[in-house]
Design a protein around this ligand. Structure first.
Ligand SMILES: [Zn+2]
Ligand SMILES: [Zn+2]
Length: 348
């Protein structure tokens, strides 16, 4: 078969590669669409690969073309999306079903052969079947939806109340949609970019607030009759939005940081004291897995993309390249500020 093989740093080439063999508990997937993840960029451009040569790629969809002899649920011809984590299933965290927290995991497309190829072989449990009417490019983007939903579920959000979503990247947009689907009374989306706020409106936000406006906190207070929000989800990973989450929370609110920090952060005593005065519950979330593996996050994403309740916007995808042009696709990341959204590699 052909694959986009990483032979050395900055040396990714479309080449012949041994076709993976399907084991007894595995399925072989003809890859149709596979996204380039932010985590793939350092692997290709900044010496971040575990070894060479390697076939990367862990966000993918395609058609099942072969199943191992112990495989019972997945059939040849099914369309599946890949859940890339391979937890050890033995450690204390795995035994509790907290697969995202496993420290002994393997991973498709970094520690073993991934989806930048004609075929990828994965355990049956990692293959998430979905309605074949969902386009391949959309099905290759289950992960951001599962990350968003994991944040809501982990925070114990069960619907109702006023929900604030801070930061409207792809994960923020899915967080907003899941809050609605789970039954939020009112969802309010916050960002600094009007085009993202407009997208949030199209995706069902009840109200949107541009946080560059000087009076935005008053505007937000009006939307909750001064009580603050019942649930706040931070999806930007910025100190500004993390502090904003503390300020927007209402008494006894639920806060979840889905975004991960990239810089130091300081709070004034008054900012931090929000946590005491409001007695809110703060947690963070990591990845997107739960029991039974890979979890409700993946099953519900497949289901709601199938029904159309979970909406996909073409703007999530920045550009598509044939797999044979993977090197050109990665070259765009030498100037990452020009990449707005997912780059998708396609096998026709
Ligand atoms: Zn990824
Ligand atoms: Zn484990």
């Amino acid at each position: 078969m052909k694959a986009a093989v990483l032979y050395a740093n900055e040396d990714i080439r479309y080449a012949d590669w041994e076709t993976p063999v399907c084991g007894d508990n595995e399925v072989k997937v003809r890859v149709r669409a596979t996204g380039i993840c932010g985590s793939d960029v350092p692997r290709v451009l900044h010496n971040g690969a575990h070894f060479y040569p390697v076939v990367l790629g862990h966000e993918f969809s395609g058609d099942v073309v072969e199943t191992g002899k112990n495989v019972t649920k997945i059939k040849v011809g099914d369309t599946v999306s890949g859940a890339p984590l391979l937890p050890c299933m033995e450690c204390v965290d795995c035994k509790k079903g907290d697969y995202s927290l496993c420290k002994h995991y393997s991973f498709i497309g970094s520690r073993q052969q991934g989806s930048f190829a004609d075929y990828v072989v994965i355990p049956e449990v990692n293959a998430v079947r979905y309605d074949s009417r969902v386009p391949y490019e959309q099905a290759a983007m289950f992960e951001p939806s599962t990350v968003a939903l994991h944040g809501l579920l982990h925070a114990g959000y069960n619907g109702g109340g006023t929900v604030a979503v801070l930061g409207l990247g792809t994960i923020g947009i899915f967080t907003l949609q899941w809050a609605k689907i789970l039954g939020a009374e009112k969802t309010i989306a916050f960002d600094i970019d009007d085009s993202r706020l407009n997208l949030a409106k199209r995706m069902g936000a009840d109200e949107v607030i541009n946080t560059l406006k000087p009076d935005f906190m008053n505007q937000a207070a009006d939307m909750t009759a001064g009580r603050g929000f019942d649930a706040v989800f931070e999806a930007a990973g910025s100190p500004v939005t993390m502090k904003m989450a503390f300020a927007l929370a209402g008494n006894k609110a639920t806060l979840c940081f889905i975004g991960t920090p990239h810089t130091d952060m300081t709070f004034t005593p008054a900012e931090w004291e929000n946590l005491n005065r409001k007695e809110f519950t703060l947690t963070g979330s990591w990845m997107s897995y739960s029991a039974p593996f890979p979890g409700r996050e993946w099953e519900l994403t497949a289901e709601k993309f199938g029904t159309g309740e979970l909406k996909f916007d073409p703007s999530f995808i920045y550009r598509k390249f044939p797999m044979s042009e993977a090197a050109d696709a990665f070259a765009l990341y030498k100037n990452p500020s020009q990449v707005h959204g997912k780059i998708m590699l396609i096998n026709e």
